[in-house]
Design a protein around this ligand. Structure first.
Ligand code: LMR
Length: 327
């Protein structure tokens, strides 16, 4: 079935129906919340699915469900626990209920750029973190993928943090993100990704923070005044499965599957900067506005968020923060 799958995945951003898997193939559901055709996560997941479906044809058949069509933010981790889905790649900020350690990926202004975080993901400390939820939840991290650096958008220009005073800002379910918004004098609102466009459009929230790729593919620029190039955090993904799924594969299939997984992560790290930059250009071409910061304005953002590090140092661990900062 692999030709049809590859064709479908390029035409419809990877939305595949169960009927397209051959009888006897083990169906592997991969659910995610992003969409469009230019998002690095969409491109990568579709490529990964096409590779598995070609190279493990007759044994495994990956079905991709983008755009929260199978499970959205609030349900996908529960679905992985229940075995209703086998593969996910959520933002690492969404695992706060399972471990404190991943907050290291979320500390504002810790990672200067994507190169630094990619170097961090190759350290033994970051590799150990792939297994930090294995005993407690049965989740097995397969690799770290990046979406890009994050930027604030709002219905007015945000040049310094105090410009957000009194605004309602959408965040992912992350304690650090909530603290960041409070430090700006604004009110954090946790909203599922699939509902953010509508919430911005109807004024339920005034702003949000995200990567070029999400701002472009979700069209947030249409319902916001502008994007401010704050570069305040990274949006990193955890490519994740369950121990139950991995253990259910034969030794031979597991080895081949994990090899395909590693190839996808290597490809993710190589492609992301270029793909993210394309989406920055796409925003401008579509009429979106981008505010750049003077060094003084940038210093205000850094100073406003600096106290957050101290607050999370105990639960993350000082050594881990130092490894990330020095990567
Ligand atoms: C968000 O919720 O803003 C992002 O995590 C969505 C994504 O998966 O990129």
């Amino acid at each position: 079935c692999f030709t049809t799958l590859a064709l479908c995945s390029s035409l419809f951003s990877g939305f595949l129906h169960a009927s397209e898997c051959d009888p006897g193939e083990r169906v592997v559901k991969f659910s995610h919340v992003t969409g469009g055709t230019t998002h690095p996560k969409v491109i990568l997941i579709n490529e990964f699915a096409a590779n598995v479906n070609r190279e493990m044809n007759g044994r495994l058949c990956v079905e991709v469900y983008p755009n929260s069509t199978l499970f959205g933010d609030s349900k996908e981790l529960e679905a992985l626990l229940l075995g209703d889905v086998q593969l996910l790649a959520p933002s690492i900020a969404k695992f706060g209920a399972f471990t404190d350690k991943y907050a290291v990926f979320d500390l504002p202004f810790l990672f200067k750029d994507l190169d630094q975080i990619i170097r961090f993901t190759k350290t033994p400390e970051a590799k150990d973190l792939l297994h930090v939820m294995e005993d407690s939840a049965g989740f097995v991290g397969l690799g770290y993928w990046m979406s890009g650096m994050k930027y604030f958008t709002a219905n007015k220009p945000l040049l310094v943090p105090s410009d957000a005073k009194g605004l309602k800002i959408r965040v992912q379910s992350s304690t650090i993100a909530k603290e960041m918004i409070r430090a700006m004098g604004a009110s954090p609102q946790v909203i599922a990704f699939s509902e953010v466009y509508g919430a911005l459009q109807t004024g339920v929230v005034d702003g949000q923070e995200n990567t070029w790729s999400n701002i472009y593919t979700q069209k947030f620029y249409e319902v916001q005044d502008s994007v401010t190039e704050t570069n305040h955090q990274v949006l990193a993904y955890l490519f994740v499965t369950s121990a139950d799924f991995l253990n259910s594969l034969s030794d031979e299939d597991r080895t081949q599957f994990l090899d395909l997984v590693d190839r996808a992560t290597q490809s993710a790290n190589k492609l992301v900067k270029e793909k993210d930059a394309v989406n920055r250009e796409n925003i401008l071409r579509a009429g979106g506005k981008i505010n750049t910061l003077t060094p003084e304005q940038r210093a205000e953002w850094v100073n406003t968020m600096a106290p957050i590090w101290k607050e999370f140092e105990g639960s993350i661990g000082k050594d881990l923060i130092e490894t990330a900062a020095g990567a």
